[in-house]
Design a protein around this ligand. Sequence first.
Ligand code: ZN
Length: 209
Amino acid sequence: MSVEVYKTDIQQITCATLPTKWGLFDILGFEREVDSECGARIETAVALIMGDLKNLPPLLRIHSQCLTGDALGSVRCDCRGQLELAMKTISREGAGILIYEFQEGRGIGLMAKLRAYALQDKGFDTVEANEHLGFPIDRRDYVLPVEILKHLGIRKVRLLSNNPDKYAALVNGDVQVVERIPCEVLPNPYAKKYLLTKKLRLGHALSLV
Ligand SMILES: [Zn+2]
């Protein structure tokens, strides 16, 4: 993997209100400049915030972009279900933060993800498909969400996630996870094999009942 250098600290670009199906959030835009062997680029993410985050360690969901699931309604994965569950859970409590970042396809990008889907159509599982294409199984890192939390002065969270890597990234970034709350939705038959692979090969805390 190429070495990346952060040219600027994370910057909050703006804040606007975002009325949603699950209530009124503020949407904050963040960006920073990154230099790597592949050239300079701007890395962005948004944070959706509801309510007072100072009362309790806030509910936190870190959601990686999934165009096919989040926007197109694909049920090959559980992304959209998890996104909706997280927003509902935050709304029910009246407070929390959802960081939406753009590491599509576990960080390999949309075109590579679609190529991996094509292999999965031929019987590969999600791990085998990535390996066959020469990609890491999961290329994501969560440095940017951790920086956003620090920028917002959030040092303790209740994490809505099944993913051990997100938990570890927060702890390694000095953000205390006082509770891990499962973010599991009823599996669609199309997603069952994918979710089972996430459970058995990637260590995700899924019950799949
Ligand atoms: Zn997805």
